[in-house]
Design a protein around this ligand. Sequence first.
Ligand SMILES: Cc1cc2nc3c(=O)[nH]c(=O)nc-3n(C[C@H](O)[C@H](O)[C@H](O)COP(=O)(O)O)c2cc1C
Length: 351
Amino acid sequence: MKSVPIGKKGLDIPIIQGGMGIGVSLGRLAGSVALCGGMGVISAANPGFNQPDFYKNRRQANCRALKNEILKAREIARGRGMVAVNVMVALSDSEELVKTAVKAGADAVIAGAGLPLNLPRHTLGTETAAAPIVSSAKAASLVCRSWKRNYDVYPDFVVVEGGEAGGHLGFSFDQLLSGRQKTLDRIVAETVGALKSFEVEIGRAIPVFAAGGIFDYGDIKKALACGAAGAQLGTRFIATDECDASFEFKQAIIRAKKEQITVIKSPVGMPGRALKSPLIEQLSLSGGIPAKNCVGCLKTCSPASTPYCITEALISAVLGDWENGLFFCGENAYRVDRMMSVKQLINELTR
Ligand SMILES: Cc1cc2nc3c(=O)[nH]c(=O)nc-3n(C[C@H](O)[C@H](O)[C@H](O)COP(=O)(O)O)c2cc1C
């Protein structure tokens, strides 16, 4: 594996630990990944969930917590690797979170769950690299053309996420359930091809990182053979000592059986992959659980008609409440069978 130039920096180990909200990837996990030379990513999805004023003052609590987590990660990383922030476009406070990340000196902002057409508004002219998460070559080209037209800039790198990923997925239910979506290898190869003309125009590479279902060194090698510069992994980083989630969340991933991994509807407006936990069973029986404490976190959610509050469910999960939690995970979660340190995992992934 080769190091990858990103913005003015180089990423020694071309592995990104994907942002995992709520609270699954915060400063401790991201800093530990960066310390090993990779890119650790803090999720900006309600990082203030455990601040005392979260339910009264969500926006300020989130920005305050995000800044603290970036500082924590940088302290752990001791100048190695890169510390980045993942922002979901669907969040109602996404712009403030991007601004906070840039101001706090994040090395990159990676944005998904919608096309981040305005991300350069806050990263342009700063030291913070900007990257979209896409699920097709078409979406990658669209983002490139839009950023060029409106900001005269291209992405510093691109994350391509296939249908086997954990969390929200950029495919329709039909595609996912029928297995008709393209393979990750194919989407990576098509995206690498689509980016070529932009790369020629600017005289630099736009590195592509493959994400979704990547489990081991062999999977990374396959992605590199398709033209990727590296890989982004989420699920495997959950079962690490340094992951910010509770012991119970990590154990739920280690215990997961293949038949327990399912695709659910999310109030974000996209399908999501998660464990079939009691909450999912209850939702399929009752059709909905009214939100108790809506904090208005999503642009796409209407509290009166939402089948459940995803923020409540994700907070329950990160705190280890198996009955009420929504446990996002990738299609390969059933293959995770033990805890390890981030260093052991990165060594295993890079041989
Ligand atoms: C628990 C969990 C939470 C996630 N949360 C986010 C998120 O907040 N934003 C995002 O862009 N992706 C999110 N993802 C996707 C990951 O960043 C990553 O791209 C994906 O998990 C890769 O697939 P893998 O889990 O099969 O490795 C999440 C994934 C998991 C498992």
